[in-house]
Design a protein around this ligand. Structure first.
Ligand SMILES: Nc1ncnc2c1ncn2[C@@H]1O[C@H](COP(=O)(O)OP(=O)(O)OP(=O)(O)O)[C@@H](O)[C@H]1O
Ligand SMILES: [Mg+2]
Length: 259
């Protein structure tokens, strides 16, 4: 990933996350490493595709980035800050959606964002309208409509608008394409394109490799809590450009298969 000269925004070094789970049948505790020594680096301007199968640890990693979970071991660095007591200050510069966006169903889209703007102490400078428009929610479709009456895709878009409200430098989206129709996927791609042009850095996890390969500028592959490799889209292109084949070779590598 050396060709990327830009500033490092997020770095994980040997990050582990251990969970203890009660086995109801035996009554014993079982420990499980959701993350087992993750090393990764996101640089300014990256559209970073996080690829991995079910249970690989993608959501856990995003939760640690967002400050919703603490690593059991290892360190994370955000905008050059690695002191765990000071990370929350840098987290004001990031935002995103992990799994499903938290929205108030009894309010309209505009009201949801306005409440959020007031809670975060953000300026009343047209950013609510800007975020709604960037996320592709047209006033004629949402005016006076409570969020409980929104379709899944509309809720997803409103979640994106909510994440954009604070004009973050780094956005993270956990499986943002789930539940979107082809038009929604296309619109999400267009949004990522606009964010890329304005220099925003984005971390996206997805199982939809074909769609991801149209957006990402680099990839990280997670398998059973370990980062098996990182590669830029350009290097992948030099290797034939087939993301699915490359991903499968990473899975094989992690299970001790031939390289
Ligand atoms: N709160 C928790 N308590 C116990 N185990 C957990 C917890 N959260 C996650 N795990 C375990 O950690 C592992 C990684 O889970 P995670 O949700 O990060 O995977 P994922 O890559 O996001 O998977 P998916 O693609 O299915 O969303 C799984 O084995 C999961 O069961
Ligand atoms: Mg997940």
């Amino acid at each position: 990933m050396d060709e990327r000269a830009a500033e490092t925004i997020f770095k994980a070094e040997n990050v582990k996350k251990k969970y203890r789970r009660l086995q109801l049948s035996s009554g014993q505790w079982k420990t499980n490493y959701a993350l087992d020594g993750i090393n990764m680096e996101i640089r300014r301007g990256d559209i970073y595709g996080l690829v991995g199968g079910n249970g690989a640890g993608k959501t856990t990693l995003m939760r640690i980035l967002a400050g919703l979970a603490a690593p059991t071991e290892g360190t994370i660095e955000l905008f050059g800050e690695s002191d765990p007591k000071k990370l929350h200050i840098q987290r004001r510069r990031i935002n995103g959606i992990i799994e499903t966006p938290a929205l108030n169903p009894a309010l309209t889209a505009w009201e949801n964002l306005e409440v959020c703007r007031l809670q975060q102490g953000l300026a009343d400078d047209g950013r609510v309208e800007e975020a709604l428009s960037l996320a592709g929610l047209a006033p004629r479709d949402i005016e006076g409509v409570k969020v409980r009456n929104f379709s899944l895709g509309m809720k997803q878009r409103l979640g994106i608008a909510k994440a954009l409200l604070g004009r973050p430098e780094l956005l993270f989206f956990d499986e943002p394409l789930n539940g979107l129709d082809p038009e929604g996927i296309w619109d999400f791609g267009a949004l990522i394109g606009r964010l890329k042009e304005s220099g925003v850095t984005v971390l996206i996890s997805s199982h939809l490799l074909r769609e991801l390969s149209l957006l990402a500028t680099c990839y990280g592959f997670v398998c059973k809590g370990k980062m098996t490799g990182q590669i830029t889209a350009r290097k992948l292109e030099e290797k034939g450009g087939d993301l699915e084949a490359y991903y499968l070779s990473q899975v094989q590598k992690s299970s001790g298969g031939m390289d």
